[in-house]
Design a protein around this ligand. Structure first.
Ligand code: AQP
Length: 347
């Protein structure tokens, strides 16, 4: 394992404040998250914290993107369960159905119709050069389905169908969002000004590294900290974290700037400078710093975990929230489709 030379977890936010909106259009936030399992620390620090914050500042729409998940998940029961788990996770972490709209992508089928229409303005070469497409081809070589290639077009449709102006995402989604903007421009050029160009909104932790300390925290890599899991699992995951690989002995001075554990302390207490100083001067060891981080993460997420378990025990409540969300969006989605069909000559 090589030592990371810089820790992206500590990167400053590239765009911490929401986009300003041209031409008096209402500022609207949209983001989608895959129902690919229980939420991890990267999802929360990189995106969900902003979902929660922005629901108080803007009209906010959040979507569990099950159509997208079909590019990798092919078991219907698994997808249904994960969709429910993701909804419960988001609600437990602070999404409030009275302050935002939470829904499931396939409950508003207009998204796929719009995706088809946007495909006709999107050159294939734009999709083939997407880094995440290349990564997915490497990850699932026996299942290079067409959805993997056209994923960014559906993502563009998800955003523009509600004419969203702000998209809270982690840095790994920046290239996709840029492509969405290109697709938006291509549509507007051909058919006249229709959609705003949405801006990415990043948190203070746009890339959270995984427990390996090198790669982005990601379910498919298996380097996650599952914040809503039972405390024992969280503790095991934190204790397995790779720290500063050049700090061999307890008495060696540490380099908190490259130690993922030290960096994550920034989000779980005001004393992180002290913690970093302890590492730098070898006053504290990596094990002490990890134990403290595990305790703090467990304590921080305990109320959310309780709420998560409560929601999972009441699936009808979750279904109700998701159905209400999709119903609330029907007029907006249909109005956009009417406008787009008319401009494209379909009506
Ligand atoms: N490590 C991360 N750091 C910062 N932000 C992150 N996000 C995900 N991982 C990190 C952000 O979380 C939102 C939801 O992402 P997604 O739908 O791609 O979720 P995921 O499936 O949980 O991401 P994974 O774990 O990386 O999935 P796999 O491994 O299945 O591809 C997005 O805004 C994303 O940027």
């Amino acid at each position: 394992m090589t030592s990371p030379t810089s820790n992206p977890t500590s990167e400053p936010a590239a765009n911490a404040s929401p986009a300003t909106v041209a031409s008096g259009a209402p500022a609207r936030t949209f983001s989608g998250i895959q129902p690919s399992g229980i939420v991890h620390l990267g999802n929360d620090l990189g995106a969900i914290r902003n979902y929660v914050r922005l629901q108080d500042e803007y009209e906010a729409i959040y979507c569990i993107v099950d159509y997208h998940a079909l590019t990798s998940t092919h078991d219907g029961d698994v997808l249904r369960t994960r969709t429910r788990e993701m909804a419960a996770g988001l609600l437990a972490l602070g999404l409030d159905p009275d302050r935002c709209t939470l829904f499931v992508q396939s409950h508003r089928p207009e998204h796929t119709e719009l995706a088809w229409l946007l495909m006709t303005v999107t050159p294939v070469s734009w999709l083939e050069r997407t880094p995440t497409y290349k990564e997915k081809v490497a990850q699932q070589p026996d299942d290079v389905n067409h959805g993997l290639l056209t994923y960014p077009v559906l993502q563009a449709a998800d955003i523009v169908i509600y004419k969203a102006t702000n998209v809270p995402v982690g840095k790994d989604q920046a290239a996709h969002l840029e492509l969405s903007r290109e697709i938006t421009r291509a549509f507007n050029r051909r058919y006249g000004d229709t959609f705003p160009e949405a801006q990415a909104v990043f948190t203070e932790a746009p890339v959270v590294l995984g427990t390996d300390g090198v790669r982005k925290m990601s379910k498919s890599v298996g380097n996650t900290i599952d914040i809503l899991a039972e405390p024992d699992l969280i503790r095991r995951q934190v204790m397995s974290m790779v720290t500063d690989t050049l700090r061999i002995r307890r008495t060696d001075p540490g380099r908190p700037e490259v130690c993922n554990v030290c960096q994550l302390h920034r989000f779980f207490g005001d004393d992180y400078l002290e913690i970093q100083d302890g590492e730098r001067t070898a006053r504290t060891g990596c094990v002490d710093t990890k134990k403290l981080l595990a305790d703090r993460i467990i304590r921080h997420y305990a109320p959310a975990r309780e709420r998560y378990l409560e929601l999972m025990a009441h699936p009808a409540e979750i279904e109700g929230i998701l159905e209400t969300g999709a119903d609330r969006l029907r007029p907006m989605a249909q109005a956009t489709m009417d406008e787009v069909r008319a401009k494209m000559g379909l009506r």
